[in-house]
Design a protein around this ligand. Structure first.
Ligand SMILES: Cc1ncc(C[n+]2csc(CCOP(=O)(O)OP(=O)(O)O)c2C)c(N)n1
Ligand SMILES: [Mg+2]
Length: 661
């Protein structure tokens, strides 16, 4: 068969994007039309993939960071023959139950590597993909050897997180990371000159990247540029000068092409200008066949890879598959159980950040795929284990990452590391700075990515650093995020249990809220079972029928325990429920929840944070002892007194309610 002209192949992407957006009556035709040539070069000449197996572990990753251009990705998946991406899916773009949502969702659509849409997230996530590739290659040799390609837009590069991502990738010399920047000079409000005058090529160079300009509609020039990028010892950015809405007679090159259907007349004009003489969603046989052949091109590379993979020793192969499938090692549970026994036998009054370090020391012995790091707070977060080796520029044997002071960059990179497969990323900062990481944490939760957030300094208990560093609303905010599991353990044993639960949650992220200050052990007898697994459990039973239930999490559990003793001495039957995870408790089946919460007439919750969320346990008429506003700068003990978060306050509240009853 005669070779199909590659500009015609690019036009197939343009036409499908125009038709998809037109039929949906919403969407973004401009990017797919502008970037079609770039994508065609990448997919036909460079991208290593096998459409028959979108999960092939050694495929090149293609990340559409500018997620609004989703029709570009969906068109490519259809054209190259992804089984799930049928023509009907393109016709159902943005409709309920389709595989073609407004922005790409990895957990929903086969062939989509990560969830994008919030500008900047895709590029920052790609750094994790590229890093995971190198780290895995350091362990498994030539069965891991692929590129990470990213198509990004002006918006991606204007977002602040781009700085964090570029700086980290440039520093680490992630030479197999290649950005194709859709340099169209247009965003929603109009020409970029309205708000931006950055020299992006110079900016990338300053971050240690290889970067250059290219005509984004000159396919051979683009190919030459990608070849140079592949040969570089640094990550590469290619600024591809394109025309947004390429082909549209009136709207091309303007913001009118960005985010709305072209309209019948403009669409017809565009097809005419492109020489595309076909009806809606129609791709002529020769063009479709050419694209389908592209989807099969990688089959031989895939077969070669399978041979290399099968040549690995049995145990190594099994471990690769286990790690890739996010199956946790069998030895993990026992390691935690042993640790718990030891911690009960030899109780330690330490901060839960220190308890977390103890858990990590146990875990890294049995879970080789852990990749731990911190956003420049290693000594405060207690994340570095004794055996830790650092990841260094161009040297990826290590498993400890200094992410730098880049909270969102760290969180997004961890998303990429987990999505790539082969690793469990855990990263740390002060809990107050979840605000800086939050957009990426939300992607972890939405996109069901198993990332572990180690958030220390979890309350006014951090003391002297003051209210800028003292979280008060962050627990509630994180608990409100769907599929974000939040644990706030009370002592060393609970911390070990919460770590186990974090490791076992493979369909989403976990945040561990850990104290800076030392905490008295509250778990004094050993249980083989993980008591934290239901989110809450009765730590101390009442003598007789309980008049008072005190609920508390983390550092306030010891306050609840002290209050319980004082109340019991006064003859007021009181129980204590430890609540390491409020939202997990509220997810329990009703009967179980009722049994844990109990029916004591007086319910009191103690937590050094705002009340928001606790009413579900204590009711509107329950007593909440915690924070009503921001904290203050002083030693922790004084702050607890100042804000009235004390055993005496609990006793006082319980007694007055008891007497009034
Ligand atoms: C974090 C974030 N802020 C705002 C938006 C809304 N938004 C979508 S696309 C876009 C900018 C469009 O410009 P560009 O990225 O250059 O894309 P192009 O118009 O060239 O396709 C904006 C502001 C978003 N998706 N994410
Ligand atoms: Mg643009």
């Amino acid at each position: 068969m005669a070779q199909v002209d590659h500009s015609k192949m690019a036009n197939a992407i343009r036409a499908l994007a125009m038709d998809g957006v037109e039929k949906a009556k919403s969407g973004h035709p401009g990017l797919p039309m502008g970037a079609a040539d770039v994508a065609t070069v990448l997919f036909t000449q460079f991208l290593k993939f096998d459409a028959a197996d979108p999960k092939w572990p050694d495929r090149d990753r293609f990340i559409l960071s500018a997620g609004h251009g989703s029709m570009l990705l969906y068109a490519l998946l259809y054209l190259t023959g992804n089984k799930e991406m049928t023509l009907d899916q393109l016709k159902n773009f943005r409709q309920l139950h389709s595989k073609t949502p407004g922005h790409p969702e990895n957990f929903h659509t086969s062939g989509v590597e990560t969830t994008t849409g919030p500008l900047g997230q895709g590029i920052a996530t790609s750094v994790g993909f590229a890093l995971a590739e190198r780290m895995l290659a350091a362990e498994y040799g030539d069965v891991v050897d692929h590129y990470t390609y990213v198509l990004c837009s002006d918006g991606d590069l204007m977002e602040g997180v781009s700085h964090e991502a570029m700086a980290l990738a440039g520093h680490l010399k992630l030479s197999k990371l290649i950005f194709l920047y859709d340099d169209n000079g247009i965003s929603i409000d109009g020409p970029l000159t309205l708000a931006d005058s950055v020299d992006q090529v110079a900016r990338f160079k300053a971050h240690g990247w290889n970067s250059e300009h290219v005509d984004g509609h000159d396919q051979s020039a683009i190919a030459a540029s990608i070849k140079r990028a592949q040969a570089s010892d640094r990550p590469s950015m290619i600024a591809c000068k394109t025309t947004i809405g390429f082909g549209a007679p009136k709207k091309a090159g303007t913001s009118k092409a960005h985010g709305e259907p072209l309209g019948a007349e403009e669409l017809a004009g565009a097809k005419k200008a492109l020489g595309w003489d076909y009806g809606p969603f129609e791709v002529p046989d020769d063009v479709l066949t050419a694209w389908r052949n592209v989807g099969k091109q990688g089959a031989s590379a895939h077969a070669d890879w399978t041979k290399r993979f099968e040549a690995l020793p049995d145990d190594k192969r099994a471990e690769f598959t286990r790690r890739n499938d996010h199956v946790r090692p069998a030895a993990m549970e026992d390691a935690i159980r042993q640790l718990k026994k030891k911690l009960v036998d030899e109780p330690q009054t330490v901060a839960t950040r220190k308890a977390s370090e103890l858990a990590l020391e146990a875990l890294v012995q049995v879970v080789p795929e852990m990749v731990i790091g911190s956003a420049d707070l290693t000594p405060s977060n207690n994340t570095r284990t004794k055996s830790a080796i650092e990841v260094k520029p161009g040297d990826f044997k290590g498993r400890y990452i200094h992410y730098g002071i880049r909270e969102m960059g760290m969180a997004a990179a961890m998303n990429g590391i987990a999505l790539h497969g082969g690793f469990i990323p855990a990263g740390a900062t002060f809990m107050c700075f979840t605000d800086y990481a939050r957009p990426a944490m939300r992607i972890s939760a939405l996109a069901q990515i198993p990332v572990i957030y180690i958030m220390t300094h979890d309350s006014i208990g951090l003391g002297e650093d003051g209210p800028t560093h003292q979280p008060v609303e962050h627990l509630a905010a994180m608990r409100a995020m769907p599929n974000m599991r939040v644990f706030r353990p009370a002592d060393t044993v609970e911390t070990a249990e919460c770590w186990q639960l974090a490791m076992e949650k493979t369909n989403g992220p976990t945040m561990l809220a850990l104290s800076r200050q030392n905490l008295t052990p509250v778990r004094t007898t050993h249980h083989d079972d993980n008591l934290c697994a239901a989110g809450g459990y009765e730590l101390i039973a009442a003598k007789g029928k309980a008049a008072v239930s005190i609920f508390a999490s983390g550092s306030e559990v010891e306050i609840a325990v002290a209050a319980q003793k004082q109340l019991a001495d006064k003859g007021i039957a009181t129980r204590v429920v430890s609540v390491p995870s409020l939202e997990l408790l509220l997810e329990q089946p009703e009967e179980r929840q009722k049994a844990i919460i109990g029916d004591a007439p007086i319910k009191i919750a103690v937590e050094a944070a705002v009340r928001f969320g606790w009413d579900a346990v204590i009711g509107h008429d329950g007593t909440f002892i915690g924070m009503k506003g921001f904290g203050s700068s002083a030693p922790a003990k004084e702050l607890y007194k100042l804000f009235g978060i004390t055993a005496e306050a609990v006793v006082e509240a319980a007694t007055s309610k008891h007497n009034a009853a």
